[in-house]
Design a protein around this ligand. Structure first.
Ligand code: FES
Length: 577
């Protein structure tokens, strides 16, 4: 049986369970009411299983079962598994936006880990914000940690065709508005899209973040793509349970994995998979927690990497197909062969990233294309600058319409999402496909919470001409399952007094993605005049909303709360008994 002598460092859990006095009695005795034998407190690693299970987070609703497989592995390796809940963030239900609560959930994770007797932690992650929230919270404690994603759903199937979660909703809702799909068909598709346990099966934010986990080295090989219902997902959880116990013995803490090299690997991987723009914000926030310098400009590292993976929303296939084709290891192998990977980056299984993927097969080059014939020659996230976004904005060229990547158009401005909804289908709205739609009030402070509303619906009268894309600019985010010529994360945001606040309908805007330029064609004098007349929105007056708006950083800084940046480690807190 394991004992603390086998570990590099004394186990912090022994500061609770290893005591012979009254305090030791208190810590052990109450735990024994769960049927834990006395000898399980003998100095074996205690592994927390941080669980985001919730029936309100359907993507994570299978996590209690998944946790049981982790526990088997922990027991087999001589550890003591203890599962605990943290705030769960369900993308489809939580209003005003799950992103508002990412930082709150990360605080829950951080303090739950630090305040409790654990030596290492398994992070059960799935729906979009649960992955960054748990990684960020755990990073601020810096114990050995291993993330296990819940896995994507099976392909959606509707009337003989694949439909992707999220992406299909955006497509079909526009078809209903354009009159090319009936309401009955739309309702029928509801039951066909999300038909198994798991998270969105497009390369949306959840699958992107599961891929980030794997490319950062924080998950086991194939973490990204094994479907949630495939038995191999349970095996992965089982193996993760075994491995985290050894990680504790080796003192393999998060800072040894989450290095600058790991983040650069993740940025290039995001490009190669056509990943979500949301990863930009989450990885910057995570890097700041673990003390790695990572800026918005660093995302340009991926800008010359081709998109290899032909997955929705940029392409055709879905995560199930991706797994059968070889999954993320088949992509990482190609990046490594092209010199686009820091091969020596360490991963949770104790091997380098390159050791994990060097022999990975590619079973289907339609799904995972090659550098010789990539799905899209240039992918990645383009970082735009200009007088409209002095601190930056982002666009995902692989999801945009090529001819709109260089465009000059007349701005049609919506001051907030309510105004957009009220006016977008108004016949009298002076707008056509050459205009540029501008939305304010969708940023971290403005919404509040940095909503996924950047992919604004197009005006009905434009859709009815058969037009499916227009340039859209906002300080909000976009669902990873969405697509279009959409400029996002404009920083500083309108509510913080950024230049976006002063754009008026009729102004001319120039977008030039190749030149990385976003320019408002208004003189500095006129902008100064508008700024002088501007009133900031009234801030929230109580509760978490108030705390959030007072402390949230801008998009280019990762939208974390300013006082959460960095790490406090996991010193054993003093006892109160
Ligand atoms: Fe949960 Fe898409 S709604 S991953």
């Amino acid at each position: 049986m394991a004992d603390s002598n086998q570990t590099k460092k004394p186990l912090r859990s022994q500061a609770w369970f290893g005591l012979k006095d009254r305090d030791g009695f208190l810590h052990r005795s109450w735990m024994k009411n769960q049927g834990i034998p006395h000898d399980e407190f003998d100095g074996r690693p205690v592994i927390g299983i941080c669980n985001t299970w919730s029936e309100l987070t359907p993507c994570n609703a299978h996590f209690r079962e998944l946790a049981e497989y982790v526990k088997k592995g922990v027991h087999e390796a001589g550890g003591l598994p203890l599962e605990f809940p943290v705030m769960s963030l369900g993308e489809t239900n939580l209003r005003p936006t799950a992103m508002l609560f990412r930082n709150l959930a990360s605080m829950d994770v951080e303090e739950s880990i630090r305040g409790n007797p654990m030596d290492g932690v398994i992070l059960l992650v799935g729906c979009d914000k649960t992955t960054p929230a748990l990684l960020m919270g755990a990073a601020s404690c810096n114990l050995p940690a291993l993330a296990v994603s819940g896995g994507p759903m099976l392909n959606g199937r509707f009337r003989g065709k694949n439909i992707g979660s999220g992406t299909g909703v955006w497509q079909m809702s526009e078809e209903v508005r354009a009159g090319t799909m009936t309401q009955e068909e739309f309702t029928e598709a509801e039951s066909c899209m999300n038909r198994s346990r798991g998270h969105c099966m497009t390369m949306g934010t959840a699958s992107t973040m599961a891929s980030m986990v794997e490319s950062l080295g924080m998950g086991l090989p194939h973490n990204a793509a094994i479907p949630a219902v495939d038995a191999r997902r349970q095996v992965l959880a089982h193996l993760a349970g075994r491995r985290i116990v050894d990680m504790v013995r080796e003192d393999l803490t998060m800072d040894k994995i989450l290095t600058r090299q790991a983040f650069e690997n993740a940025i290039r991987t995001n490009a190669a998979i056509g990943g979500s723009t949301n990863a930009v914000v989450h990885l910057i926030a995570l890097a700041k927690r673990i003390g790695v310098e990572l800026s918005l400009e660093d995302w340009e590292l991926g800008s010359n990497v081709p998109c290899l993976v032909n997955l929705q929303p940029s392409g055709e296939y879905l995560m199930e197909d991706f797994y059968y084709a070889g999954g993320l290891p088949a992509v990482l192998k190609q990046l490594g062969e092209q010199g686009l990977l820091h091969r020596e980056a360490l991963t949770v299984n104790g091997k380098t990233l390159w050791d994990n993927v060097r022999n990975a097969p590619n079973h289907d080059e339609k799904v995972i294309t090659t550098f010789a014939e990539p799905f899209k020659p240039k992918a990645g996230i383009a970082v735009l600058k200009g007088n409209l976004a002095p601190n930056g904005a982002v666009i995902k060229p692989s999801a945009a319409t090529p001819h709109l990547l260089k465009h000059r158009g007349r701005a049609v401005v919506f001051e907030n999402i309510e105004e957009l909804h009220a006016k977008i289908d108004d016949e009298s709205l002076d707008i056509d496909e050459h205009c540029i739609m501008v939305l304010k009030g969708a940023g971290p402070k403005g919404y509040p919470g940095f909503a996924e509303v950047g992919n604004m619906p197009l005006p009905k009268k434009v859709l009815q001409k058969g037009i499916t894309d227009m340039v859209r600019i906002s300080d909000g985010r976009m669902s990873g399952t969405a697509y279009g010529s959409v400029v996002l994360h404009v920083s500083p945001e309108a509510a913080a007094g950024g230049p976006l606040a002063f754009v008026q309908t009729g102004d001319m805007i120039e977008l030039d993605v190749d030149a990385r330029r976003l320019h408002l064609d208004v003189t500095d004098e006129e902008l100064a005049r508008r700024r002088a007349a501007w009133q900031p929105p009234a801030p929230p007056t109580r509760g978490y909303y108030k705390l959030y708006v007072e402390h949230v950083l801008q998009a280019d800084q990762g939208a974390d709360l300013d006082f959460l940046v960095g790490s406090s480690g996991a010193p054993v807190p003093r006892d109160s008994h």
